[in-house]
Design a protein around this ligand. Structure first.
Ligand SMILES: CC(C)(COP(=O)(O)OP(=O)(O)OC[C@H]1O[C@@H](n2cnc3c(N)ncnc32)[C@H](O)[C@@H]1OP(=O)(O)O)[C@@H](O)C(=O)NCCC(=O)NCCS
Length: 155
């Protein structure tokens, strides 16, 4: 068994107390991270927000909004030192199961066209390319396109 799994892992709903740790992971993961206020607002709005812990420390999380038969994944992140052990895929599967709980039939997300790791994760998890939103994201020296991806759910 990989050393990563020799310690206790669990998934649980996100809470306000997680936000300082999540902020550190955001800063390490994105050039344009979500702020703690973005997470607090999403918690307040009742979005589906979960964290993955290893030995009691948050090492990944996601935020998903679900309504009217559709779900939108807003954020899905694994801390840098925990990547490439299948945890991102596991977190995504958990997120899709929660989308089913909300009776979503379709799941959408946007991803930077330069984000090869995330795009590969989504393609190999049943997502298909739907559209490109030109200049959707801020980027150094200009804007970057977003790839809109979609997955049909058969819950
Ligand atoms: C995208 C992310 C969540 C993947 O998490 P992870 O735990 O490393 O992913 P996994 O180990 O579960 O890998 C699942 C699949 O993703 C793809 N993948 C992950 N990292 C990759 C990389 N660096 N290069 C290419 N493909 C990659 C592969 O298809 C992989 O399957 P494989 O291991 O069978 O090849 C992680 O890289 C991350 O948090 N990135 C920064 C935040 C981000 O960009 N989030 C997505 C925003 S839309």
């Amino acid at each position: 068994m990989s050393a990563v799994f020799e310690i206790a892992h669990r998934l649980r709903p996100m809470c306000e107390a997680d936000l300082p740790r999540i902020h550190r992971i955001e800063l390490a993961s994105y050039e344009y991270p979500w702020t703690p206020g973005n997470f607090a607002d999403s918690l307040e709005a009742g979005y589906s927000m979960w964290v993955r812990e290893a030995d009691g420390e948050v090492i990944g999380y996601y935020a998903m909004m679900a309504a009217a038969g559709e779900a939108h994944i807003l954020n899905l992140t694994i801390a840098p030192s925990w990547r490439r052990h299948g945890l991102g895929r596991d977190l995504l599967e958990h997120c899709l199961a929660r989308a089913c709980d909300h009776h979503a039939e379709k799941v959408f997300l946007e991803v930077r066209t330069s984000n090869a790791a995330a795009i590969a994760l989504y393609h190999t998890s049943g997502f298909v390319d739907l559209a490109v939103r030109r200049g959707y994201y801020p980027a150094r020296g200009g804007r970057e396109d977003a790839l809109v991806m979609k997955r049909e759910l058969t819950c």
